[in-house]
Design a protein. Structure first.
Length: 313
C-alpha cells in the first residue's frame, strides 16, 4: 500500500481515473467499474469538476454526477479526490470561486466532504496566499479533508508549501503531475525532488499516455479505434514503438498485460505513490489492478527507463 502524504492513510497502489465517466462510459457501466475497484481493495478515485466539459453536449461535472449516484449508497467504500479551477462556470482559484466550486462538487458527489481536493491548474491571476487560505477554510469547515496540488511548477509548489509553513494553513498531502514512460520532463527532477523531501504522495495522471502504453496503437490505422487515438498518435514513432516492444516482451515473460508493465514501471520510480489509470469499461480494469502486484526486476525497469531516455521523455 502507498501512503497519503503524512496522514497515515494507506492508499491502494492504483488510483482509479474517471474522466470517461459521463462521456464514453455510461452510468451503469461506471457503477460496475466502481464496484469492482472497491471489491478488489481499491481505495482512491480521482475525478475533477471539469470532467467532461470537452465532450459535445456536456457542460462539466458529468463524472462527479455519475460517481455521486454511486456514492449515495457506497460512501464508506472509497475515498474521492476531485479538483477545482477548470470547470466552465468556476474558472480560476480565487477564494470565492473555490468556495462556490467546492459546494457544487459536493452536491454532485452527494457527500458532505471531499477526501482530497486539488488545485487543478495554477492561477497566476490570483495571489497564491488567497488560494491557500481558501483551501484551508474548506478544511476548517469540514468540507475538505485534505488539500492537494496538480499541474504546478516546482517554484509555485515550493511557494505554496512555504505559505502553509508560515501561516499554518492546511498543507498539501499529494501532487498530481503528468508522468509516464513517454512524458517525464514536467515531474523529473524538480517536482520529484520536492515531493520526496516534503513527503507528498505523487499520483501521476496520463500514466498510460492516452492508451498508447497499452500497446493498442502500433500503426496509423490503429489510431482510428478510439476518440483518444489522436492524443496517442504523437508517440507513434520508432522510439515510441521501441518502448512498446520492450513492454510487450516483459508482459509476455511475466504473463501480464502491457498496461500492467507500464503502470508498474511508473510505480517503481522515485516519489511515485500510485499511478492514475481509468477503465472505460469493466473488462479494462483487471490489467490495471494487476499492476499493483507486479514488481519489475532491476533489469526490466532499467531497460524501460533507457528507452524512455532515448525517446526524450
Amino acid at each position: 500500500m502507498a501512503k497519503l502524504g503524512r496522514t497515515g492513510i494507506e492508499i491502494h497502489p492504483l488510483v482509479l481515473g474517471t474522466n470517461t465517466f459521463g462521456w464514453t462510459t455510461g452510468e451503469s457501466e461506471a457503477h460496475r467499474v466502481l464496484d469492482a475497484f472497491a471489491d478488489a481493495g481499491g481505495t482512491l478515485v480521482d475525478t475533477a469538476d471539469a470532467y467532461s466539459a470537452w465532450a459535445p453536449g456536456n457542460s462539466g461535472g458529468e463524472s462527479e454526477t455519475v460517481i455521486g449516484s454511486w456514492l449515495a449508497k457506497n460512501r464508506d467504500r472509497l475515498l474521492i479526490a476531485t479538483k477545482v479551477s477548470q470547470h466552465p462556470e468556476y474558472k480560476g482559484l480565487s477564494a470565492a470561486n473555490i468556495k462556490a466550486a467546492a459546494e457544487a462538487s459536493l452536491k454532485r458527489l452527494r457527500t458532505d466532504a471531499i477526501d482530497v481536493y486539488y488545485a487543478h491548474f495554477d492561477d497566476a491571476e490570483t495571489p497564491l496566499e488567497e488560494t491557500v487560505a481558501a483551501f484551508d477554510a474548506l478544511v476548517t469547515d469540514g468540507k475538505v479533508k485534505h488539500v492537494a496540488v496538480s499541474n504546478y511548477s516546482p517554484e509555485r509548489l515550493r511557494e505554496w508549501l512555504d505559505i502553509t509553513e508560515r501561516t499554518g494553513a492546511a498543507r498539501p498531502v499529494a501532487l498530481q503531475p503528468k508522468y509516464s514512460l513517454v512524458s517525464r520532463a514536467t515531474f523529473e527532477p524538480g517536482l520529484r525532488d520536492i515531493a520526496v523531501a516534503e513527503d507528498l504522495s505523487v499520483f501521476p495522471y496520463h500514466a498510460l499516455a492516452s492508451g498508447f502504453l497499452t500497446g493498442k496503437y502500433r500503426t496509423e490505422a490503429d489510431l482510428e479505434q478510439s476518440v483518444r487515438g489522436g492524443s496517442a498518435g504523437k508517440n507513434l514513432n520508432p522510439a515510441g514503438l521501441a518502448i512498446i516492444e520492450r513492454l510487450d516482451e516483459i508482459a509476455q515473460d511475466r504473463g501480464v498485460a502491457i498496461a500492467s508493465v507500464a503502470l508498474a514501471w511508473a510505480r517503481s520510480r522515485p516519489g511515485i505513490a500510485a499511478p492514475i489509470a481509468g477503465a472505460r469499461e469493466l473488462d479494462q480494469l483487471a490489467p490495471l489492478l494487476a499492476s499493483a502486484e507486479l514488481e519489475l526486476t532491476k533489469d526490466e525497469a532499467e531497460s524501460l527507463t533507457a528507452l524512455s531516455d532515448a525517446f526524450g521523455a
